[in-house]
Write a protein that binds this ligand. Structure first.
Ligand code: PXG
Length: 465
């Protein structure tokens, strides 16, 4: 291991970080006491930290570095675009070539009649757009009372006031006066933890029918849209039972409710198709995109909308937009990323090689005494940590205590896996090779063994009653 020496010593960086940098979703005092891990460079699927440790990034950053780190072509595309036109806006009857080209490419890639793109700088902004878009849509159709958006508990749709309200994370709602009015949450299709004695299929149907019940209770004339991730990501990679999405689709069709698929994680190859909606058989009216759109190389997101929605919205002025909507450099980077995904057949690699191989190895984690429910779709997967897998039991300890230990053991073994409560989630770059998958699994197994030992030692193996 060679230490990286072209920067301040790690302890100094950590002290400066703690003094001036406020981190997202982080308890500042705790972080300052421990010191943040400083990531200095990355190539392929591997991160290097300021101490020279090489870490396998099992999370593709934050579910976004789909083509892997260090692609020169994206650096070149960015440099070229900065030299040519670093910025111009798309307001007031102006446009520019990168935004035109990217919108066209997305219309070509997106399924069905999703042919129009409204650009944003992130997934949160895209979902804020979606809130205003669906309400404006119904108002333009003479039904302004259709303003309620139905979402799900434990969904993640972003962190702005609007998108955080759409999300179903109560710990987020508790800060800053969320949710905004007219957002309604139904239960999630999380069979493993919430399915009790029912079969996954029955449970999936029951959870989907909560949408129908909510529409009836709230009134069909009040409900504008339903929003959901095809597979919940930040909620713990919750893969719905097969019965769930067809029933949701039926209900949206029957009651004329717009369906918004939040593809921020599932999009751009993660599930083995361009979009999660294709993998799960969903026909959305609007898709939120971000993350894998640029493989995280530039902040960019957007909403891809149907001909019908675009036509209705386009009938009047949509008083909405961001300085960086369709930012030329971000658009150029995204285009180059899409070119690589397409020309290098990265999604074919996910389907035929990486996902097949990782899924087979991932399933073997269920042999571990601490693991129940090891599942994956494409290259997004999770395991539930449990003290009693027969009964799908939770730990008696505070939720997330064991998950945190496991995450720490992963880090100590040079593997990034995130914990969501007591689930561990994985979402590696799509270009991961079978050899790298072997390394990922070997490190995960070691981390699980160490976690198991620590959990036993601390007396945490008890099931909640
Ligand atoms: N929708 C979904 C489905 C997401 O996963 C967003 C919207 C918001 O995107 P932006 O670009 O505004 O962050 C996300 C983001 C985690 C984690 O810890 C997940 C996300 C963001 C930060 C952390 O799993 N997802």
């Amino acid at each position: 291991m060679t230490a990286i020496t072209n920067h301040l010593p790690t302890a100094e960086l950590q002290a400066l970080d703690a003094a001036h940098h406020m981190h997202p979703f982080t308890a500042g005092g705790e972080l300052a006491a421990k010191g943040a891990r400083v990531i200095t460079r990355a190539r392929g699927v591997t991160l290097t930290d300021s101490e020279g440790n090489e870490i396998l990034d099992g999370m593709a950053g934050l579910w976004c570095v789909n083509i892997g780190y260090g692609r020169e072509e994206l650096a070149e595309a960015a440099a070229r675009q900065i030299r040519e036109l670093p910025y111009y806006n798309t307001f007031f009857q102006t446009t520019h070539v990168p935004a035109i080209a990217l919108a066209n490419k997305l219309a070509e890639l997106a399924p069905g009649d999703l042919n129009h793109v409204f650009f944003a700088g992130s997934g949160s902004e895209a979902n804020d757009t979606n809130i205003r878009m669906v309400r404006t849509y119904w108002a333009a159709k003479g039904k302004p009372s259709k303003s309620i958006i139905i979402s799900r508990k434990n969904a993640y749709h972003g962190s702005s006031v609007g998108s955080g309200s759409l999300g179903g994370m109560t710990f987020m709602h508790e800060q800053g006066g969320l949710p905004i009015p007219d957002i309604h949450h139904i239960n999630q299709p999380y069979w493993w933890a919430e399915g009790g004695d029912s079969t996954p299929e029955d449970f999936g149907l029951a959870r989907a029918r909560e949408l129908e019940t909510a529409i009836k209770e709230l009134g069909e004339d009040r409900v504008a849209a339903f929003i959901a991730e095809p597979i919940q990501g930040a909620g713990g990679v919750i893969i719905p039972p097969d019965s769930y999405w067809p029933e949701i689709q039926r209900i949206c069709d029957k009651y004329e409710i717009l369906l918004i698929a939040d593809e921020v994680i599932c999009g751009f190859g993660r599930t083995g198709n361009w979009f999660g909606s294709q993998t799960l058989g969903i026909r959305p009216d609007i898709m939120a995109i971000a993350k894998g759109l640029s493989s995280g190389y530039a902040p960019i997101g957007g909403s891809i909308v149907s001909d019908e929605v675009a036509q209705v919205i386009g009938g009047g002025e949509f008083n909405h937009g961001y300085t960086y909507s369709g930012h030329p450099v971000a658009s150029a980077i995204a285009l180059e990323n899409l070119r690589i995904l397409e020309e290098e057949n990265v999604i074919g690699h996910v389907r035929d090689v990486a996902a097949t191989y990782l899924q087979q190895k991932w399933a073997t984690l269920e042999d571990h005494p601490l693991v129940g429910d090891a599942r994956m779709v494409g290259l997004m997967g999770s395991i539930a940590l449990t003290p009693d897998k027969q009964n799908r039991a939770k730990f008696a300890a505070d939720e997330g205590s064991v998950g945190l230990i496991c995450r720490e053991r992963c880090f100590a073994n040079n593997l990034v896996m995130r914990h969501v409560g007591d689930r561990m989630v994985v979402s590696p770059p799509l270009v991961i090779t079978p050899d790298e998958i072997d390394t990922l699994i070997a490190r995960a197994k070691r981390a699980l063994d160490e976690c198991y030992a620590e959990v036993r030692e601390q007396g945490l193996l008890k099931a909640a009653s």
